[in-house]
Design a protein around this ligand. Structure first.
Ligand SMILES: Cc1ncc(COP(=O)(O)O)c(C=O)c1O
Length: 445
């Protein structure tokens, strides 16, 4: 059988057709384009400044180098400190023959979340706890708690969907709220002149925000400034927030770590709860338990008092469970188990309080040392803010140019805004750091 298009009666149009078909087949068989995520659609993101700083510090070979960047506690030998009470809880858990590795419930372990709520809301006497109008969800540390809160607000908050953040704030607040599509605005917070709180600016901005906005507040030991409102100022803020119908969202990452007293460090949250506010709380156990890597945290919603409060909180809890399920399914167990072991045992709890006083006490001592050394050197400027500020961080007032020079010349690492982690100071380096600050302040304006 001969082909209908044999060489004797060659048809060029048929030939062209075959070539087209073959080319198209070859095209179909060629490997797919290597990426849809070209630089136009996925541009290179800048490195997280804090982790970039950490990398630069690690690479620095100078023996005198000092890390004042990272927000993690260090002991007087500049080493991470495993809290003795955490070691004990860890021992108890490891020797528990009943311990298994099943999934935690979606909302986390109740023995942990219940005690976490008591811790921040002021114990079983808290009206929110007594009236059962709080719901708590175990989260991936404080970051996860802020995220879950932001996601919940993005989906369900019927008021003005705009969050007011302090200027400055923990940098991640911006990313977390933007990622869930909640627009961001800021309220003034830090006064460059006094290196303290710009209370007037803060209050006016919160008053000026559209009714029923979301106001994010640091419960204590503000990051990055170390500046907190006084109790009287908190009371005034509560009045403004109530007058405008705003919803407060407290972020608490330093309870007990700031003053050494758990009840002093939750005073603002307790006050708002006593005043009957509906509010949100993101709670981290990273700093106060030294459980940075275990990611133990909690998100709480407290609804206002009233006959419907328990039904309201039940509905909120049901939706939070769905959000949690779609994001992480079940929270991680180990850190929460450690915290829960301590929080539920009066003896271990007392020991934890003692450990907290050790950490906060060392930091307070370093504040005093640094200030007195700078004052003794006659370093230009005032340095009372170093001891006035509280918690892990201090906003030194050093300019970006001074920060870069002190890094280059003295191998002292801090963030560009002049924030130092007080935990990076110790008896072995505080003198060196004071002298380096003195030098740079004199040399660079
Ligand atoms: C203000 C603030 N919120 C939340 C966090 C959350 O930290 P983590 O996710 O490690 O608990 C931090 C940690 O630095 C913080 O400073």
């Amino acid at each position: 059988m001969s082909s209908p298009k044999s060489s004797q009666n060659f048809d060029p149009s048929y030939h062209a057709d075959s070539v087209r078909r073959v080319t198209s087949l070859v095209k179909q068989m060629s490997p797919p384009s290597a990426t849809s995520f070209t630089a136009e659609v996925v541009p290179q993101a800048p490195e997280d400044p804090l982790f970039g700083l950490m990398r630069a510090y690690k690479a620095d070979q100078d023996p005198k180098k000092v890390d004042l960047g990272i927000g993690a506690y260090r002991d007087d030998n500049a080493k991470p400190w495993v809290l003795p009470v955490v070691k004990k809880a860890d021992e108890i858990l490891r020797n528990d023959p009943e311990l298994n590795h099943e999934y935690a419930p979606i909302a986390g372990i109740p023995s942990f979340t219940g005690k976490a709520a008591e811790l921040i809301l002021g114990g079983t006497d808290s009206p929110a706890i007594k009236e059962k109008r709080v719901t708590s969800v175990q989260t991936i540390s404080g970051t996860g708690a802020v995220h879950l809160g932001a996601l919940f607000l993005a989906k369900f908050y019927p008021g003005t969907k705009k969050v007011y953040l302090s200027n400055p704030t923990w940098a991640n607040h911006n990313q977390i709220f933007s990622n869930v599509g909640v627009p961001i605005a800021t309220y003034p917070y830090f006064s460059k002149e006094t290196k303290g709180l710009d209370f007037k600016g803060m209050k006016e901005a919160i008053y000026g925000a559209p009714d029923r906005s979301i106001i994010l507040l640091h419960a204590c030991a503000h990051n990055p400034t170390g500046v907190d409102p006084t109790m009287d100022q908190w009371k005034e803020l509560a009045e403004v927030i109530r007058a405008k119908g705003h919803i407060p969202f407290f972020d608490t990452a330093y309870q007990g770590f700031a003053t050494g007293s758990l009840s002093q460090d939750n005073a603002a949250v307790r006050y708002f709860v006593e005043q009957g506010f509906e509010l949100l709380v993101a709670q981290s156990f990273a700093k106060n338990f030294g459980l940075y890597g275990e990611r133990a945290g909690c998100f709480h919603v407290v609804t206002g008092p009233g006959p419907e409060a328990q039904t309201t909180i039940g509905r909120i809890a049901s939706q939070l469970a769905i959000l949690q399920r779609s994001e992480i399914s079940n929270p991680p167990l180990y850190g929460a188990r450690i915290a829960s072991t301590v929080l539920n045992d009066p003896k271990l709890y007392a020991e934890w309080e003692d450990n907290l006083r050790t950490m906060s006490g060392r930091i307070i001592t370093m504040r005093k040392e640094l200030r007195s050394k700078l004052e003794a050197l006659g370093t230009p400027g005032t340095w009372n803010h170093i001891t006035d500020q509280i918690g892990m961080f201090s906003f030194t007032g050093l300019t970006e140019a001074q920060v870069l020079k002190i890094r280059e010349e003295s191998h002292i690492y801090m963030t560009k805004n002049g924030r130092i982690s007080m935990a990076g100071l110790n008896t072995g380096n505080v003198d060196y750091v004071a002298k380096a600050i003195d030098k740079v302040v004199r040399e660079v304006q």
